[in-house]
Design a protein around this ligand. Structure first.
Ligand code: NAG
Ligand code: NAG
Ligand code: NAG
Ligand code: NAG
Ligand code: NAG
Ligand code: NAG
Length: 574
């Protein structure tokens, strides 16, 4: 967040200079077939998992260089390691995060063993201060997703039967998170002590993603426990947050939970905001209804309008829409996956290709890249095993079945094995310019990176059921009963949910459905926005130069083309 503002003209030049020659060479076409690559992705998961189990479990995460552990859930963002209890054994974070991957890899034995261990040994009654957002997406989401997978796949295999162990843990954890929401605005504190609630003098500052990425897990937990309190809290916070948008429909990055005022007015689609957008759309897919879609559509249109510059996204001031930082961040690589879900595949493809070119240039994607001076950010030059490019690659492959994306997946696998694999697991990269390693294997490497790569090469898991993935890579089934649920009409009991899961599956995955709803209620003028799914780039005259600039039509989901005089539409060729 410290780059200078630079005029657009310079950016254009730099963008041209940035496009590496690698983009021009076609990726070496996959010599190995998908099955071999799938097995390589499987080996990657087990190398990470077995080392975690041997050297770190039940602590949170593995330190692969020193082969020891870190209780990172309590340490994330808690740089001084305050309030760590004595003899603390962590929350088995990486194991919880691995459950849905174990299910997708078909490892019933290990999944069942883990369920039994967690049911008997995991307790959240510990005096430890955790980050609400991380705790929600990693632990709560991991438990909820694994609970649903346990019912679907493993119920009969669990000795003594599945006793909803994971759901009870999730319910208990959910209750412990609720005190965070007791603020004048309903927007939760960023931190909470699992045993004692909000701590004295807790910081009032939170981020847009921190308080806007709760609804999937909380909404699912409400449906599974038939208690609306979780969804109520998360939805109230989300509505309040949304009400704080600017007249341009832009959000800031950080805010005060007590006053509901912005602290940092500049924002983009990367760190601090990213999954807020993702969850608006995914909440619409998972829970149905118009409200989430309306919020998402407005927010998406504003992003395309004010942050987009060709295939890149910069940051802008929410009040003026003026560009602030010309920086690319590694987390932005998730954006094409959101675009695939709404059917804007052409734009997704264009942005994804730019990220692939950065990956090829550097071997991985540096955390922050200065578009204005065309170099890696001096301090944020690390690569903490982030999975967002693998995620987008999977979504784009699902949407297009273009084998080029398999080649990208192969490239990711190869560089991860080349650059980050050590005897004790997979290590983050401290500095992309030197490839010096850091002693940390993040749990999302197992819940996301390994899973997305595996699914890229073998999508059997997706082919007969309709799942969406949380921002942490945990699958949640799209069920009609969940969409129809309201607190006053509770869904069937937890123990009956198996029947629902079996009958509600369709054969198409949400990744292929390309939710592309209609224009109803679109309040923006047609001159400004030609399609809810696609907004033209900010050329002065809003004219296109090629079909690729036109995206798809929101009403019909058909690809739009550029007319001879430069207007996008559903023109007939010829
Ligand atoms: C952590 O594990 C050790 C060894 O199993 C045990 O002695 C200790 O009581 C545990 N700590 C807590 C806080 O439960
Ligand atoms: C399941 O995981 C365990 C632990 O890594 C491993 O020993 C076992 O071979 C795996 N089973 C299958 C079927 O992959
Ligand atoms: C719970 O932890 C204890 C102590 O480490 C262990 O002996 C026991 O087997 C664990 N329970 C299960 C079901 O794995
Ligand atoms: C993605 O971009 C490449 C290069 O511009 C193009 O060849 C390909 O057809 C595009 N795919 C889609 C689905 O737009
Ligand atoms: C592995 O990484 C090294 C150092 O970055 C690089 O020189 C080499 O080309 C890479 N090999 C492969 C197969 O990617
Ligand atoms: C779903 O797939 C199964 C097996 O692939 C097939 O038998 C069934 O007819 C399909 N259902 C629909 C609604 O297409």
């Amino acid at each position: 967040m410290d780059g200078p503002w630079v005029p657009k003209g310079i950016l254009v030049c730099l963008l041209v200079a940035l496009l590496p020659c690698a983009m021009l060479q076609s990726l070496a076409s996959g010599a190995r077939d998908r099955i071999q690559l799938r097995e390589e992705a499987r080996r990657m998961f087990y190398h990470a998992y077995d080392n975690y189990m041997q050297y770190a479990f039940p602590h949170d995460e593995l330190k692969p260089l020193s082969r020891t552990y870190t209780d990172s859930l309590a340490e994330l963002g808690n740089l001084n390691h305050e309030h760590l209890p004595e003899h603390y054994n962590g929350t088995a974070l990486t194991l919880v995060e691995s459950l849905s991957s174990l299910a997708i890899l078909g490892n019933a034995t290990e999944f069942v063993k883990a369920v039994l261990w967690l049911g008997e040994n995991l307790s959240f009654d510990v005096d430890v201060r955790v980050n609400l957002f991380e705790c929600n997406i990693r632990l709560l989401g991991g438990l909820i997703s694994a609970h649903l997978l346990a019912i679907e796949f493993f119920e009969g295999l669990i000795p003594g039967g599945y006793k909803n162990q994971l759901l009870h843990l999730a319910d208990d954890l959910g209750q412990r998170l609720l005190p965070a929401f007791e603020t004048p605005t309903g927007i939760p504190y960023a931190w909470i002590n699992l045993k004692y609630g909000v701590m004295m003098d807790e910081t009032l500052e939170t981020s847009t993603s921190g308080c806007g990425t709760l609804i999937l897990e909380m909404g699912a937990l409400s449906r599974l426990t038939r208690n609306s309190k979780y969804e109520d809290a998360a939805l109230k916070a989300l509505r309040k947050l949304w009400s704080m948008r600017s007249s341009l429909d832009l959000m800031g990055t950080t805010l005060n939970v007590a006053t509901g005022t912005w602290i940092q007015h500049s924002s983009g689609i990367g760190a601090g905001v990213d999954s807020f957008y993702e969850y608006l759309l995914k909440a619409h897919i998972l829970f149905g209804g118009q409200e989430y879609w309306d919020m998402f559509r407005q927010a998406y249109v504003a992003v395309q309008q004010y942050f987009r510059h060709g295939p890149w996204y910069h940051e802008a001031d929410m009040r003026t829409g003026r560009a602030t930082y010309w920086q690319l961040t590694s987390l932005q690589a998730f954006w094409p996956s959101v675009q695939v879900l709404i059917g804007d595949v052409v734009a997704a493809n264009a942005t994804h290709r730019e990220f692939v070119s950065v990956w090829e240039k550097h071997g991985v994607i540096p955390e922050r890249y200065l578009l204005d001076i065309g170099s890696i950010h001096p301090t944020e030059s690390y690569y903490p095993l982030r999975p967002e490019l693998a995620e987008s690659t999977l979504y784009l492959y699902q949407a297009t079945k273009d084998p080029w994306y398999l080649d990208v997946g192969e490239k990711l696998l190869t560089s991860l094995n080349n650059l980050t694999r050590v005897d004790g697991g997979y290590a983050s990269i401290r500095d992309v310019t030197t490839m010096e390693l850091e002693d940390h294997q993040h749990s999302y490497f197992l819940s996301e990176m390994c899973k997305y790569l595996y699914l890229l090469f073998d999508d059997t898991f997706l082919s007969n059921r309709n799942y969406i993935f949380s921002t942490e890579g945990h699958p949640l089934p799209v069920l009609r009963a969940w969409q129809q649920w309201t607190p006053s009409v509770p869904p069937k009991a937890i123990t009956e949910s198996k029947g629902e899961a079996e009958t509600e599956h369709t054969n198409s995955s949400a990744m292929e459905s390309q939710v592309c709803p209609d224009f109803r209620g679109l309040s923006l003028s047609p001159q400004r926005v030609e399609s809810a799914c696609h907004v033209l780039d900010g050329h002065e005259d809003h004219r296109c130069t090629s079909d690729d600039g036109c995206g798809i039509d929101a009403a019909t989901c058909r690809k739009r083309t550029c007319s001879s005089v430069g207007y996008c539409g559903l023109w007939k060729k010829g």
